[in-house]
Design a protein around this ligand. Structure first.
Ligand code: FES
Length: 120
């Protein structure tokens, strides 16, 4: 196997590709929130996913810090796949509940949702 393929395999293994069950994208862009608000939410999300065991194992939640999800208001904006649930104003104080209710229990939080588009 080539060195390139070895590197790619190692990187894929490190982030749990093959065991990913959900993907959370959080916008920290400056059109929908301040740097401080976006950074705080992102750091909390990373730590919470690690704390509850969703960063590794057989049911990984992939996470992506996005620069813009093309909504650009009332952020931080978040989208969770495969459900395609879009959340607004996902500030640091909401991350615990998001992880517990949606990512662990599988129940999206209706009052924070502003759009839906599951991808089949
Ligand atoms: S800057 Fe957050 S959606 Fe565009």
């Amino acid at each position: 196997m080539s060195e390139k393929q070895d590197q790619l395999n190692a990187a894929a293994k490190k982030i749990g590709i093959g065991a990913i069950r959900r993907h959370v994208l959080l916008c920290v862009g400056d059109k929908c929130c301040t740097d401080e608000v976006g950074h705080a939410a992102w750091e909390k999300l990373k730590q919470k996913l690690k704390d509850v065991g969703l960063s590794a194992g057989d049911a990984v939640c992939q996470r992506t810090r996005a620069g813009c999800l093309r909504i650009c208001c009332h952020g931080p904006v978040m989208v969770v796949y495969p459900e395609g649930v879009w959340y607004h104003e996902m500030t640091v104080d909401k991350i615990d509940r998001l992880v517990n209710e949606h990512l662990i229990a599988g129940k999206p939080i209706e009052e924070w949702i502003f759009a839906r588009n599951a991808i089949a």
